[in-house]
Design a protein around this ligand. Structure first.
Ligand code: ZN
Length: 448
């Protein structure tokens, strides 16, 4: 079973030291920019330094920059002592040029993302106390010319708040950290067997009851929280706030509602969505029906799922919507008279064919709300998944490659390189099912 707390897919070339320079301190920018030329004309930020920007669409970045650097706004560039943000539509959206001279720092970008990335590079050229938002002035920006654009359009971070709930403020801090590294997608794993974390107004018990496990909850205790009722959820207002906070930071939030497996939280609230047989194998305490797979052949399930998914779709502007598809326990479908009959009638023995049908039905629902499905790699095993879907490969680097070779746009996030809840050495405690590895191994991954 995959118990991921955090996984990261850094879809670009990662940190390398910049070339040594005779004239100045070494500049190290993460991720390594396309080109970096250092020179000895450094810029000094003082309390009088002006921030100039003539592009209205960059207003949120101007406000963001001023949160970190207490600069004066100016309508137009003074003769010297200013930082300027501007757009040049001959550059790609996330491309930027940053020029430091004794008089100014100029960031010229193709679009919002490029300007944001340029500001992050500027922060990295400053003393690290810039991140405290209370940097000591005057502060020196090392003289250099940077030309940069990302190698990959999708640079993602996946956050699992289903197994471990994280308060809104902590989610916002994670967004800050990934923004500093120019990561532009947050894949937000909002539900799993251990909790339902998003308020659904038409079905309030999903979060109010299903957001908690242990104690008097219908969800069993799990993952170290054995003697307490544990959990939490996000209201729709909180989710909107998080999505907007991320958007300022050039981060698109992609929600995940994990279906049809990993669905214990949903199924403890709505047991009528289970397959049509009596489970004689209850939890060791005799209290919990441990089945976690939604019946694929009950029409009423698709109506209920549409009501739920429609509300979630409305909260996230992203066109991507992750619907899970991993680790479906096919034995539950095979024991179900209706699901097994569906397979038998079509001459199938592989449950993945039924998963293809289920995913196709959910894809059609999402299409009504303008969304394209993302799925975990198992959902690409049945052969019927639409090529429009984005596939997230978690199982292994080998599986990621196989999925990509089938023609799917594939997000590489193999557990054995990117699951950061794994222990980093044999001397630590923590999960090891994805392997024990440290950042050297993560950095060694060659996406190309
Ligand atoms: Zn069934």
């Amino acid at each position: 079973m995959k118990r991921l707390l955090l996984a990261m897919a850094i879809i670009f070339a990662v940190a390398c030291s910049a070339p040594k320079s005779e004239v100045a301190a070494e500049v190290a920018i993460i991720p390594q920019p396309l080109s970096l030329v250092q020179h000895d004309k450094s810029f000094t930020i003082t309390p009088a330094t002006a921030l100039v920007c003539d592009a209205a669409e960059l207003a949120p970045i101007v406000a963001y920059t001023k949160e970190y650097l207490a600069l004066q706004s100016a309508e137009s560039a003074p003769e010297s002592n200013y930082i300027a943000l501007s757009l040049d539509n001959s550059l790609a959206e996330e491309e930027y040029h940053l020029s430091v001279s004794a008089e100014s720092v100029k960031i010229v970008a193709g679009g919002y993302g490029g300007a944001f990335n340029g500001v992050q590079t500027l922060f990295q050229l400053l003393p690290s106390d810039v991140y405290t938002k209370q940097m000591q002035l005057p502060a020196t920006v090392q003289g250099c010319e940077v030309q940069d654009r990302p190698k990959f359009a999708y640079r993602g971070f996946m956050l699992d708040v289903a197994r471990t709930f994280m308060e809104k403020e902590n989610v916002l801090r994670y967004i800050d950290y990934i923004a500093y590294h120019k990561i532009n997608k947050l894949h937000w794993h909002l539900v799993d067997n251990q909790g339902w974390r998003v308020e659904i107004k038409s079905h309030p018990d999903l979060a109010k009851v299903g957001g908690f496990r242990g104690g008097d909850s219908p969800l069993r205790a799990a993952l170290g929280k054995w003697n307490e009722k544990y959990g939490g959820y996000y209201t729709q207002e909180e989710i909107k706030e998080i999505v907007a906070y991320a958007a300022v930071r050039n981060i698109e939030v992609i929600p995940e509602i994990d279906l049809p497996g990993h669905s214990e939280a949903l199924l403890r609230i709505y047991p009528q969505m289970l397959c049509n047989y009596t489970n004689d194998k209850l939890d060791v305490n005799g209290n919990y029906d441990g089945r976690g797979v939604v019946c694929a052949t009950k029409e009423s399930n698709y109506r209920l799922l549409e009501e739920i998914l429609a509300e979630v779709c409305a909260l996230f502007p992203s066109e991507h919507f992750h619907i899970g598809g991993d680790e479906v326990n096919m034995s539950q479908w095979k024991k179900c008279p209706d699901c097994s009959a569906w397979l038998r009638k079509r001459g199938y023995t592989d449950g993945h064919k039924l998963e293809d049908m289920f995913v196709g039905r959910i894809q059609a629902i999402l299409a009504k709300y303008g969304k394209v499905p993302s799925v975990w790699n198992e959902a690409a095993f049945g052969g019927g998944l639409s090529k429009k879907a984005l596939v997230h490969g978690w199982k292994s680097a080998k599986v990621c490659k196989e999925v990509m070779m089938k023609g799917y746009r594939t997000i590489f996030m193999p557990q054995e390189f990117f699951y950061f809840d794994m222990r980093q050495s044999d001397h630590e405690t923590g999960p090891v099912w994805g392997g024990a590895f440290d950042l050297r191994k993560t950095y060694s991954f060659d996406f190309v």
